[in-house]
Design a protein around this ligand. Structure first.
Ligand SMILES: C[S@@+](CC[C@H](N)C(=O)[O-])C[C@H]1O[C@@H](n2cnc3c(N)ncnc32)[C@H](O)[C@@H]1O
Length: 258
């Protein structure tokens, strides 16, 4: 019998992301994008005094906000990720970025500490999605802008199940890609007013997507098996290519704290 290691979800996340911190700083998918440009444009327009990058990963939202904010807190539960962000900020001479280790669901900040928030590609890892959104709202001042970006699940269960399955095989810290409807209702319940949203599709290059997470060979094989067995509709929805590359749906929501 195999030895089974048990650890809390947050430790699973840390174990997945810590050793990959450099890959996330360098990842082209994460380092650019129209969403990053939109976050930067919004920060430029609002000139926040204190901005929060929630689930900062490689820190790309922090770098985009830092040019227009008084100060930026880059927060994440991975210490290694935060060390990589601090080193990159130093290299780029972005002296107004500070790092704070914390889970999104329990932020060590007082109510109404921030006047701007960016949160990109992190919420699908959270143990408690709505708890994290409530914390995001709590630490924001009233009327502060908040921009959330994440992969989202198609409404149909047929496609949803395929997406969650390959996400989990690729990265065992994956919890759930939520639907756009779940995002809107969760944000509303947490005390945000949705101002606008947009969606687009990002091509996940299979070798790069799996290499970034160092997906084990058995899991890569299992993803290919699922892709090959998928229905014509599922293959068409995700535009699955011969090598496993596919299109991922992305949602960006611009909201304000009510
Ligand atoms: C894909 S990376 C984020 C990418 C980054 N925000 C960007 O724009 O490039 C996901 C990050 O979420 C962090 N994370 C996952 N669950 C978290 C939680 N509950 N609280 C805080 N950070 C979390 C991970 O440690 C990881 O660094």
């Amino acid at each position: 019998m195999n030895t089974v290691m048990t650890k809390a979800h947050e430790k699973v996340v840390e174990a997945q992301f810590g050793p990959r911190a450099k890959a996330y700083v360098e990842s082209a998918v994460h380092a650019k994008g129209e969403d990053l440009a939109a976050i930067e444009a919004s920060a430029r327009a609002h000139r926040p005094e204190r901005a929060l990058d929630l689930g900062c990963g490689g820190g790309h939202v922090s770098y985009a906000m830092a040019r227009h904010a008084g100060s930026v807190i880059a927060s994440d539960l991975s210490r290694d990720m935060l060390a990589a962000v601090a080193a990159t900020a130093r290299d780029r001479k972005l002296t107004n970025i500070e790092t704070v280790e914390a889970p999104a669901e329990h932020l060590p900040f007082k109510d109404a500490t921030f006047d701007f928030l960016g949160c990109r590609y992190s919420a699908h890892h959270w143990r408690d999605f709505e708890g994290g959104l409530r914390e995001a709202r709590r630490v924001l001042k009233r009327q502060a802008p908040a921009i959330f970006v994440d992969a989202y699940a198609p409404g149909q269960a047929l496609f949803d199940t395929h997406l969650q399955a390959i996400e989990l095989l690729r990265d065992t810290s994956h919890v759930r890609d939520y639907t756009a409807a779940q995002w809107f209702s969760g944000l509303g319940r947490a005390g945000f007013a949705v101002q606008s949203s947009r969606t687009w599709r990002l091509r996940m290059d299979f070798p790069t997507w799996t290499a970034r997470m160092r997906t084990p060979p058995d899991n890569i094989r299992a993803i290919h098996i699922l892709q090959e067995a998928a229905s014509a509709e599922t293959r068409a929805h995700f535009s699955i290519e011969a090598n496993g590359s596919f299109m991922l749906d992305v949602l960006m929501v611009e909201a304000t704290a009510e």
